[in-house]
Design a protein around this ligand. Structure first.
Ligand SMILES: Cc1cc2nc3c(=O)[nH]c(=O)nc-3n(C[C@H](O)[C@H](O)[C@H](O)COP(=O)(O)OP(=O)(O)OC[C@H]3O[C@@H](n4cnc5c(N)ncnc54)[C@H](O)[C@@H]3O)c2cc1C
Length: 383
């Protein structure tokens, strides 16, 4: 059975054309100056429906599945990983909310007018998410937030921050209970009142800033609580498989960019009076890169289809996140090697693919955390 129906091929081709013609030139220009994803590009993405792929048609989205979401993500990431990432800031990716909230938020998300930043990580809560200590305390008809968050990408440019904060003190054996999620609506381009912060000096994933945030008596309305109080951790977990497929798609898109550029370059670059593509090492290396990318892609198609078919696939979602991101780092590094010294410059996008691929092994659960999930399913137990 082929996963790629005619309709899916069309969706893929449209995204491919868009990425090559609209995204790639902008990425090549803005990444090296740490510029931001332009609003005009976002408007074009909104017109194509990319912020509403997963949002049901009744709310103005495309009403498609995780499979189509992955197809579009791979293509956008081939252009620029940050552009493939920003679609996850709409798309109704929000667990544990009610119909009224969906009606209010999803149509605006689908139009790309209401995009979020995700604020879960803290200085002492990285892989161990249940260690969240940022506090939300109810005072009358408000919540008062105090604490420090870190790694909040897009905190300034977003229209809202999806915040995870502790609403009750943890029971040592069930530390994930008592964390709640909040919608902090804000003015685009600013941090919310009561929140200060500074961008982190990261080495890639440009196109938007990633922030450390300090909440100092930040007051939000009672209605900003999303889902059930104390159950935010479960709501967050409900979207993890989709997030892992999305990250795998980003890794695959980057690796494909590196392969395509390497094929072109090796056919042009002449050494010892021959294009380097004639050396067997180069040919075998390109073949190995292509085989690894295809293996990751087929696993991604399988997992996306399992999610869309509502079958349990947490282990496989961790496998594809792990395999695709490790593969992308290897493939982009091999591509850099095939470009020789030119690969190690900012004049070609190869170094960008490599820097961005490196991140896919860290965020959305590190490679080690994926191995932990997979091995726990294989062997049971764990630490
Ligand atoms: C550029 C960037 C953007 C990000 N954007 C966001 C964002 O928008 N919102 C957000 O909330 N977060 C974001 N993050 C945070 C990201 O999700 C975390 O960095 C990630 O979860 C890892 O946490 P940590 O950095 O604290 O590493 P740690 O958890 O401290 O891990 C350090 C090392 O220890 C290993 N390790 C930890 N626990 C175990 C274990 N049990 N077994 C074996 N090894 C283990 C890890 O694999 C890693 O190698 C971003 C991070 C980066 C770098």
């Amino acid at each position: 059975m082929s996963y790629l129906t005619e309709e899916r091929k069309m969706i893929q081709q449209t995204a491919r054309d868009f990425a090559v013609n609209e995204v790639l030139p902008i990425a090549n220009k803005l990444d090296s100056t740490e510029g931001e994803i332009p609003m005009e590009l976002r408007a074009k993405m909104a017109n194509l429906g990319y912020f509403g792929i997963l949002i049901p048609e009744e709310y103005g989205g495309l009403g498609l599945g995780v499979f189509e979401y992955a197809l579009v993500t791979e293509e956008l990431a081939r252009g620029w990983m940050s552009v493939a990432s920003i679609i996850a800031r709409g798309n109704g990716l929000w667990g544990g909310i009610n119909d009224e909230q969906r009606k209010s938020y999803f149509p605006r998300m689908a139009r790309g007018e209401f995009l979020g930043a995700f604020s879960l990580s803290e200085p002492d809560a990285g892989s161990d998410l249940s260690n969240v200590s940022c506090r939300a305390v109810r005072e009358g008809d408000e919540w008062v937030i105090n604490g420090t968050k870190t790694w909040c990408t897009f905190a300034d440019g977003a229209d809202f921050i999806q915040l995870f904060a502790r609403t009750s003190m943890p029971d040592e054996n069930r530390r994930h209970v008592g964390i709640s999620q909040f919608m902090i609506e804000k003015e685009r381009g600013k941090l919310p009142p009561g929140v200060s912060g500074a961008p982190i000096r990261k080495i890639g994933y440009f196109g938007w800033k990633t922030w450390e945030l300090h909440f100092d008596n930040c007051r939000i309305p009672a209605a900003a609580l999303m889902g059930q109080e104390g159950r935010g951790f479960y709501a967050m977990m409900s979207g993890l498989e989709t997030a892992r497929v999305h990250t795998a798609a980003r890794a695959i898109g980057l690796a494909r960019g590196a392969l395509e550029d390497s094929i072109t370059y090796s056919q042009r670059r002449v050494q010892f009076k021959r294009p380097i593509a004639e050396f067997q090492y180069t040919r075998f290396k390109l073949a190995e890169m292509a085989a690894n990318i295809e293996a990751a892609r087929q696993l991604m198609y399988y997992v996306a289809d399992e999610i869309d078919s509502k079958r349990r696939c947490d282990k496989e979602a961790s496998m594809v996140k792990f395999f695709a991101s490790e593969m992308a780092e290897r493939v982009t590094s091999d591509a850099l090697q095939l470009h020789g010294g030119y690969g190690y410059t900012r004049d070609l996008p190869i170094e960008r693919y490599w820097r961005d691929a490196r991140l896919t092994k860290i965020f959305e659960g590190t490679s080690q955390i994926q191995l932990r999930i997979i091995s726990d399913r294989l062997l049971g137990g764990g630490e």
